[in-house]
Ligand binder design. Sequence first.
Ligand code: PLP
Length: 232
Amino acid sequence: MSIAENISVLRQRMDAAARAAGRDPAEILLCAATKMNDAERVKEAVAAGVDCCGENRVQELVQKKPLGAYEGKPVHFIGHLQTNKVNKVVGQVDLIQSVDRMELLEAVNKTALRLGVRQEILLEVNIGEEPQKGGFTPAETLALAGQMGAYPGVFLRGLMAIPPVSEKKGDNCKYFAKMRNLFIDIDGKKYDNVSMVCLSMGMSDDFEDAIAEGSTMIRIGTAIFGARHYPA
Ligand SMILES: *Cc1c(COP(=O)(O)O)cnc(C)c1O
């Protein structure tokens, strides 16, 4: 199937999942996770109507952006971001979804202030509290959201999570539900410099569960572009 056909099938599945949960399908945005796909394939996805693109690696972002890969749609950074590469991303993307540690938050804030921009961000939550994984714990996330006023170079727009690898459908529902509760909690506090509009969760294997639990943005790679072939 072509990229456009895959996206059309995905949209139908997103609609069905939203309706089954009593939600308006228009509330849920489709972010194409474009890693390892070249500018031409990304353009195909943009033309077929994804809502935004998400890049994982700085090198791919700086290579594809000048080729107009994302033209017409927002581009997000969704991967692990090294602090020494922050200057290649801040002000170049519409949203950094993967702010996963204090050192990075501080670097993004400082760089944005220096450039005179306000960088929209999500905090990445280690919702399974997995020791090997980056991201803030739910408790840290709640506390940090309350301190966003101290970071005028950024604007907190919501939360992102990658739950633990699951064995079967439904396994991640409890994590997605925890994320929704945290999202609602923070929203209710009306903190300075915070506007909770984006709850980014759900990938090719679990997006229907994520939508059932309140996701407002799913990040999809495989179900749009097919399996990724990593070099040996
Ligand atoms: C690759 C990736 C995705 C998409 O994964 P698929 O399972 O291929 O849909 C989503 N989010 C992040 C952060 C990714 O790196």
